[in-house]
Ligand binder design. Structure first.
Ligand SMILES: Cc1cc2nc3c(=O)[nH]c(=O)nc-3n(C[C@H](O)[C@H](O)[C@H](O)COP(=O)(O)OP(=O)(O)OC[C@H]3O[C@@H](n4cnc5c(N)ncnc54)[C@H](O)[C@@H]3O)c2cc1C
Length: 528
């Protein structure tokens, strides 16, 4: 069995950062196991590839939730990256860190070292911002952050709609104040997606002490008593194992990290026993505390070719845009679809914005799975700090079976009521003249007026905006899954390092925070 100092399970946003940082020391050997492929072909590199990956199984686990009573019994869709880079290989590339108070909230729960001032250096360490250079931003890190290169006039129409309503406009959501509308910065370089793999792994592929095994699906963590010592994984139809002298780092994301803990005997003992899994450590909190951004999307038809769509004119334009992209790395192909958006408060007395908008240059209906003839645009609005709490459990003891995902969307009644306010705020922006003049129809919500009608359409049409977290909760209390050093309680030699450790969902997109978690964990591991 090959042996390494560290074995990392999952080459996603956090896993790539940890693998790269730990292998900076040439004397430290690191093995990174990734279930998906290399994630380095054109569909990942060209930002518009998102339109192919999110609705399909290309580099995507494409999970489903169990039927959600809060969504009138519908099943939710949960795309997750399945390639080196993880979800950063398929995501919308929006560069957001969340609000200062999110991290101060983590620290206030007893998670020493996770306050905003503690995590800011790690955001900066990871970042190479090509545009903003001030005390909030880094310029020497591996993660390239820059302006989008599409020049789509709808960015300005969206901001003008906000100005008409006296909403603030910001050029940096990650600076002093998050509030307002703006054009998002993106994790791209020269018009290409800058996934965690491109940032952290590709430049270091020649390190002899860093072994990357793709197509390696971890089946369980191997133990000697209470100490994690190795990983069993499947590859090319065979079962193989690797051993760790130092530690095993579980970075398989908010759905699959708890799944692997449970498959390895760490979870709620009665549930594990009922599936015939030998209990290593009774940890009932594993898979609990799932939080996700519930989202509603306004969808409009338009006639302009500035929006993506299916038409002869659109095809001609696409052909031209492919040429522009190939020669200069600019234009529509560099679009992340959600080019602009904002952070707003549904109640002016709130300390931080509680809703986020993603304005989309296409209808992007039903995660891009419902296609419309013609062109269109849309605007997503999501709830940043939902009170509903869901679970990730096992469907079966078979490692190949998908986890049982139950986000319990709208389970807490307050979530729906805040979304009613969010719906009304977003509609005012979309109804302002600079945007309204471009639409020919509001596809689903034209006739929706009363609060009851809004509640109904929210239940009928809401779903995730892709930020599940919290299923291996960090904390200092008895029920926390990991401690503030991210060590799994009750066993030795095992940490969880990814979005699952977040005690509460941050107010914003979760890629940069997951990378920050990876950066910070690497320092903790090196110091251990
Ligand atoms: C469609 C979409 C759009 C998004 N848009 C944005 C955005 O614009 N901005 C933003 O900030 N965030 C966005 N996000 C969220 C963000 O990308 C994720 O929160 C973040 O990437 C999570 O990082 P992670 O390290 O926790 O997990 P992931 O990056 O998901 O990594 C987990 C990795 O583990 C691997 N894995 C899983 N199980 C196993 C196993 N058993 N064995 C081996 N490997 C395994 C997976 O294949 C994957 O590579 C989006 C996400 C999605 C899905």
């Amino acid at each position: 069995m090959e042996e390494f100092d560290y074995v990392i399970i999952g080459g996603g946003s956090a896993g790539c950062a940890v693998a790269s940082r730990l292998s900076e020391n040439p004397k430290t050997t690191v093995c990174l196991l990734e279930a998906g492929g290399a994630g380095n072909n054109w569909v990942v590199k060209a930002p518009m590839g998102i339109a192919i990956m999110v609705p399909s199984k290309t580099n995507n686990w494409a999970f489903e939730t169990v039927p959600q009573p809060g969504l009138n019994g519908r099943k939710g869709y949960q795309p997750r990256g399945k390639a080196l880079g993880g979800s950063s290989a398929i995501n919308a590339m929006v560069y957001i860190r969340g609000h200062r108070s999110d991290y101060d909230g983590w620290a206030a729960l007893g998670n020493t070292g996770w306050g905003y001032e503690d995590v800011l250096p790690y955001f900066k360490k990871s970042e190479k911002n090509e545009v903003v250079q001030d005390a909030f931003h880094g310029t020497g890190g591996p993660l390239n952050v820059t302006s989008i290169r599409t020049s789509n006039p709808f960015q300005e129409y969206f901001l003008d709609a906000g100005r008409q309503l006296q909403l603030p406009v910001t050029s940096d959501f990650n600076g002093t104040d998050q509030t307002g509308l703006g054009v998002y910065q993106v994790t791209q370089k020269n018009g290409e997606r800058w996934s965690a793999a491109r940032a952290y792994i590709e430049p270091n592929l020649s390190r002899p002490n860093l072994k990357i095994i793709t197509g390696a699906y971890a089946r369980k963590i191997l133990f000697d008593g209470k100490r994690a010592i190795g990983v069993e994984f499947g590859r090319d139809g065979k079962v193989e194992s690797v051993r760790a002298r130092g530690e095993i780092i579980l970075s398989s994301g908010a759905f699959q990290s708890p799944q692997l803990l449970m498959l390895s005997g760490i979870g709620n003992a009665p549930d594990l026993k009922s599936l015939g899994i030998e209990v290593r450590h009774h940890a009932p909190a594993v898979g609990q505390n799932l939080q996700d951004h519930i989202d509603f999307a306004f969808t409009y038809r338009s006639k302009t070719l500035d929006n993506f769509g299916i038409s002869f004119g659109g095809l001609r334009r696409l052909w031209r845009e492919i040429g522009r992209y190939r020669s200069d790395g600019i234009g529509m192909i560099t679009s992340n679809v959600a080019e602009c958006g904002g952070f707003l408060k549904t109640d002016p007395n709130l300390q931080a914005p509680d809703i986020q908008l993603h304005f989309s240059m296409a209808t992007a209906d039903n995660h891009g799975r419902t296609r419309h003839l013609g062109h269109g645009f849309g605007c997503h609005v999501c709830l940043l700090r939902p009170k509903s709490r869901g679970t990730v459990m096992l469907n079966s003891a078979d490692p190949a079976a998908p986890p049982r995902i139950d986000p319990k969307f709208y389970d807490h009644p307050d979530d729906l009521e805040v979304m009613v306010k969010a719906f009304k705020i977003t509609r005012r922006i979309m109804d302002a003249e600079p945007l309204a003049k471009w639409r020919t129809a509001e596809i689903y919500s034209e006739s929706v007026r009363s609060d009851e009608e809004i509640r109904n359409i929210l239940r009928d049409r809401s779903d995730t905006v892709y930020h599940p977290v919290g299923t291996a909760r960090m904390g200092t209390d008895e029920t926390a899954v990991v401690d503030p050093q991210l060590r799994v309680s009750g066993v030795a030699g095992l940490r969880v390092v990814d979005a699952s450790i977040m005690p509460s969902l941050i107010g914003g997109n979760t890629n940069a925070p997951s990378i920050m978690i990876g950066e910070k964990a690497a320092d903790m591991i090196r110091a251990a």
